[in-house]
Unconditional design. Sequence first.
Lengths: 465, 441
Amino acid sequence: MKDISCKLLVIGAGPGGYVCAIRAGQLGVDTVIVEMTKAGGTCLNIGCIPSKALIHAADEFEKALLAAEGKNTLGITLEAPKLDLAKTVSWKNGVVGRLNNGVVGLLKKAGVKIVHGRGRFRDGKTVEVETETGTQVIRAETVVIATGSAPMELPALPFGGPVISSTEALSLSKVPERLVVVGGGYIGLELGTAFAKFGSKVTVVEALPRILPQYDAELTRPVAKRLGELGIAVLTEAKAKGLSAKGDALVVETADGREQELPADKILVTVGRKPVMEGWGLEELDLDRAGKFLRIDSQCRTSMRGVYAIGDVTGEPMLAHRAMAQGEMVAEIVAGNRRSWDKRCIPAVCFTDPEVVSAGLSPEEARAHGHEIKVGQFPYTANARAMTMQGEAGFVRVVARADNHLVLGIQAVGQHVSELATAFGLAIEMGARLEDIAGTIHAHPTQGEAFQEAALKALGHALHI
Amino acid sequence: MAEHVIKLPDVGEGVAEAELVEWHVKVGDLVREDMLLAAVMTDKATVEIPSPVHGEITWLGAEIGDVVAVGSPLIRLKVEGETAEEPSATEAPKAIEEPKPEPAAKAIDATEAKPAAPAVAPAAPAPKPAPANGRNHFPARSQLGAPRAEDEKPLASPAVRLRATEAGIDLRQVPGTGPAGRISHEDIDAFLARGPQAPTGAPGLARNTSVEDIKVVGLRRRIAEKMAVAKSRIPHITYVEEIDVTAVEDLRAALNKQKRPDQPKLTLLPFLMRAMVKAIADQPNVNAIFDDEAGVVHQYGGVHIGIATQTPGGLMVPVVRHAEARDIWDSAAELARLSDAARTGTATREELSGSTITITSLGAMGGVATTPVINHPEVSIVGVNKIMVRPVWDGTQFIPRKMMNLSSSFDHRVVDGWDAAVFIQRIKTLLETPALIFVEG
């Protein structure tokens, strides 16, 4: 097979890789992208997108169930709704498929050549791709590593049989009767909640004292409360020890040191993700590491000249939008522009019930940075739009410097608050002060009004509380 | 009440206008007769304008730096007069005359538009010419060395950050004028206009970005104009020669030791002046005034030596007239009197004009060599550098000698380099063998 020579080679067509390739193509850089499976990476195929599709389906089904049980206060009644998970999954696959095609179409439109197969470095400038039709050698001036991450396995609980990762959980053909989720982070809680709504009896096992440990207790309290309402049992400070002898239960060591068996049809392990560092010839390059990740600088350069790395392989936070921003930046650098990473915040969203969104610093983090702060918090019980949507749980919280009112962080928990991430991110990137947010007209009635009110609250004159 | 107008008086012969350099009063001040109101400056001298009357200042007719024609109104005062308009108005002047009216009296006098000031206080010093509006507009925060704390990220919108990155600007070095120190596009413009700055980060050293605007007025403006004329119109040739002043210094010391109490202490300058008089006799074209517009060189018989003198207000040039007719003691006495007058500001217009050649000397600060600027429209200036003991080869060995350089400039349009050299060489000979200065013929 004839060798390919190009200016830029991107390894991996996840959110980081494909954005990098599209942007490079737009800038007229001769670009090739290598993808082992389907374009879109974890996010599009087995992460963000399919999970959100299932969460939506679960929400809809739960509403129908409540209506059937006569618990609907809106005056809607239904009779015995049924769930065909296989159909749900097939609908989800349809969404994913459309997006796959969309990404491929965008790459082609930008003039990017796509090579399917597993790429492997021969050296820093040469990659061999095992394609269906043989080995394709690609020589590039610049290479971007965007190999992403994969679910982490527990040594005592290897994937297989009833032990599944998020990938399998998103493609189950029937709802497991009893689902044990190991890991109370956002992935486990999102999926656990969805399956509880589908009708599973869900138990969450978390080794730390509380769920969503990266957020403060105040922010996660509405989520914990809702888990209880959904009948999800949460075992904190509990360690998964392995499968029971029969293989139909998870053995856990509880906080008091006792062993307990949790009967389970499926055990979903969501204890984190690890960078994909094997199988693509990293050993040929001998790149410097930062912990278990590739070490990069503010321009996403690795320790080897002409080799960049973006996305999950470069570390936390392992979020698609971070990878996309890195990919865009690297493409512009490769095209000859001067760029470096200067983002003020990478918002993070949990699609739990209710949703959690965080941008910038929490009050604790701000204090740890040595800031004197002002905090304003506005509850959704006082927001009209939240009432009309039966989603009064949660609040918006603004953290600002006491001296100049510069907004340092914004957090929210509540129904549909993920959409507020946009406003939060913009406020922080633009360097907004409390007065800027307080002085911006927020349309009524929306949930976003709580953002303005929280800023007013921090200034000491909230209007609706 | 009546109005009294003070016009700019005739401040000197042939002077048609003067520059206002200082206000001693402001509108609303109460003044007494003979109190100084303002200072104006003519070509050479500063003239104080006193108040001829008692009264309250109602109007000032010029701003500092304005050139005012003689006879034009300068100040209007409200004074006690025969044309009293209303009873209440007469009370105000009464208050003026009371040395220290009680504050209560002020309150009673409510009908008066401008309440009488508590006392005829000494005139408040006029505001400094430099206004505060020229100051750099950054908030105080940005004047403290680095624009923000070490670990603090610069605050700027993504568009501003992109622009800075593309322009190669490190935003950490850019002061932000926006709320919370946010950096705007305008701040980037300002930073680009200022150009790269010295690196910051040295602990304890703060960048001072303040700018004080000092109005160039009065004597400073005269100096500036004069220097500009001299340098732009006169092609200078500067000639530096070293002179062994050991003998003249010995003589000076001897004369100073045996001088009578009524005689002034001699410096080197009277010797130089005498030497110049002698040298000018041989080289008269350096003692002249060049009217370049008329194309005439006025070559003077008399030697009127201007002495460049540093005064608190700036450079002044009092003139020792007819140096050719003064002996060494007389020259020294006149020199001392004039420089004192110049320093204390009492020199008259006549004493500050009419020189035909100039000496500039900074004494011990004189440096090794200077490039003196000719006192336009003269054609020569002799600059005196400092005296240093230097090793001099006498043919067999190095011996310590008191050496001094003369750095002299000449108007090359009318003085050739040869003539300049001959003139300075003659001075050198005279100073190195000082007896020649005093031998007639």
